[in-house]
Design a protein around this ligand. Structure first.
Ligand SMILES: NC(=O)c1ccc[n+]([C@@H]2O[C@H](COP(=O)([O-])OP(=O)(O)OC[C@H]3O[C@@H](n4cnc5c(N)ncnc54)[C@H](O)[C@@H]3O)[C@@H](O)[C@H]2O)c1
Length: 252
């Protein structure tokens, strides 16, 4: 459906559920994919699953490590520079605000918000030099509404939404767009980590679609926003949520 032949697509958190689905979609559409993730074991496993999907290059990196990121983006520059950045790398830890561990708070901000800033800045500079580019951040509906117990995670996603709008505003005259996708729960390793059966039942009762999203459904939205067809969509937060943010009490 889309043709990304000749485009370099950088995916942070690329060995995770949504990142890997994005990698598969972009590689299948002809892109050269750079898969950035801090977990070598996850990268190895993702590369096995992605065998035959297309051109995918794994790069082990922590998005909070700026000097290492500078070196990685230099390598990407040598390969032609970033055409598309998909920023998915994030961590989550649930907890009520009054109980939240300050060090955990700081680490989540570092990875989810500051890590996204580092990658967007480095990729954005390459895009300015090329005169075109697409930045797609993977946010969450938790960035827009206060679901209890989401603590630092929700605050980082609200920050990612604003970072995305700032990028859109500052780079919009340079052939670059910046948009976010904001999913409800998606069936990935991250969700398995924080949702037990009770959480799942609660969420599914509140989502008009009555189910979690699939990683491929998020990747579809990301690919659209990264495509030439979305050239005049800039600064948008696209909810991929089965109708969750549109609905109130679901009487049956
Ligand atoms: N799964 C969901 O329910 C859901 C819902 C809404 C939004 N999201 C967002 O989607 C994105 C992807 O989530 P996912 O569900 O695929 O999670 P995941 O945990 O499966 O994948 C995240 C990946 O990021 C990597 N990562 C974490 N910290 C990193 C760091 N410092 N440097 C580099 N890589 C790092 C992890 O190793 C992992 O492979 C995240 O931004 C998440 O907040 C997920």
């Amino acid at each position: 459906m889309y043709d990304f032949t000749g485009r370099n697509v950088v995916i942070t958190g690329g060995a995770g559920g949504i990142g890997e689905a994005c990698a598969k979609a972009f590689a299948g559409a002809g892109a050269s994919v750079f898969l950035l993730d801090w977990s070598q074991a996850s990268l190895d496993a993702a590369m096995e699953r992605l065998a035959g999907a297309g051109t995918v290059r794994p790069m082990q990196i922590d998005v909070t490590d700026r000097p290492a990121l500078d070196a990685v983006f230099d390598e990407i520059a040598a390969a032609g520079g970033t055409d598309v950045l998909v920023a998915t790398a994030a961590i989550v830890k649930t907890g009520l605000i009054l109980d939240f561990e300050p060090d955990t708070w700081s680490r989540i901000l570092d990875v989810n918000l500051t890590g996204t800033f580092h990658c967007a800045q480095l990729a954005g500079r390459q895009m300015v030099a090329k005169g075109r580019g697409r930045i797609v951040t993977v946010s969450s509906v938790n960035g827009q509404i206060a679901n209890t117990g989401r603590g630092a995670y929700s605050c980082t996603k609200g920050g990612v939404d604003m970072l995305t709008r700032l990028l859109a505003a500052e780079l919009g005259d340079k052939g670059i767009t910046a948009n976010a996708v904001a999913p409800v729960p998606v069936d990935t390793p991250m969700v398995l980590q924080v949702h037990g059966p009770k959480d799942r039942a609660l969420w599914e009762a509140q989502i008009p679609a009555k189910r979690y999203a699939r990683p491929e459904e998020v990747a579809d939205a990301v690919q659209f926003l990264a495509s030439d067809r979305a050239g005049y969509i800039n600064g948008h937060i696209l909810n991929v949520d089965g109708g969750f943010m549109a609905s109130g009490v679901l009487l049956r």
